[in-house]
Design a protein around this ligand. Sequence first.
Ligand code: ATP
Length: 334
Amino acid sequence: MSNEICLAIECTAHTLGIGMVKDTKKGIEILSNEKDMYVSEKGGMIPNELREHHRKVRDSVYEGSLKAAGIKEKDISLIAFSQGPGMAPALLAGLEFAKSLSVKLNKPLIGVNHLAAHLEIGRQITKTKDPIYVFVSGANTQIIAHEGGRFRVFGETMDIGMGNALDKFGRLAGLGFPAGPKIEELAKNGKYIELPYVVKGMDVGFSGIATKAEQLLKKGAKVEDLCFSLQETCFAMVAEVTERALAHCGKEEVILIGGVAANKRFCEMLDIMCKSRGCRFFPVPLQYCGDNGAMIAMLGLMQYRYSINTLNAKNADINPNWRIDDMEVPWIKG
Ligand code: ATP
């Protein structure tokens, strides 16, 4: 198969993204990746507002995506959409648009797992074969590997995601939102203060660390020292678990996905750990780390090649609690 074009809709939370990719002899090429993000006045996400936002902007994002790709509707070969996991009202807005396009253009409809799409675009962009996936965003912290034909979670946070922990501390310290970039800057002039190091088996926890840092701040500790110590502690915990996953699974590559991949110190630590084991480390470029339509299109095309989860547009539905290990990924060879 080649020259097939997949259009995809990302619609699991705040972002309505529409991306297009093309199957070429050299690999999958991204043609366009347009998006519009819901922002509420008071912060947070109000489910019904989310759905209305996505319904309102989808036509213009779709037009923009066709234009950026330089193609016409008739060139589209298949439609993919993020079927889950995610917030039901947002997912429903994506589903109804995907169904209507599938019927209108008379093209196959593919349901895609949003988390698996984050991993697959990371793998393809970094040109890695079978890495350990370190996924660290606002809400997520997971260490994942492909084993036994599926993506499997080897370690994860027992409470909040690392990004949320940094933002929680940042709120109290008056660093603005998101606090990660400011914490990285301040940490350059900080000294180490001991904070709880929470690793249990392959899992990590960040909520207690953020609380302790907040308590120390109230007692007068320097904000720079706390930023430095938060980073060193949280990053070391994830590096430790990642190293164990590498050893356990016998993999030789690590990729870092998610907004916290912007942090140079985090990348440096993972890079040092990988080099010491003779492995290779790749941060995924930030433009492909956030929620986007191209990642759904990329995985949709891979699934289409292997006939995985092609749906009937009449009775296709969302899957808000879809687990990442609940789908086959046969194209990665361990
Ligand atoms: P999710 O997809 O998990 O719901 P999200 O969409 O908010 O969350 P991302 O956009 O991937 O997640 O990442 C945002 C997080 O990344 C924020 O918590 C932010 O503080 C953090 N972050 C961004 N830049 C940096 C940085 N330089 N250092 C540390 N953290 C950072």
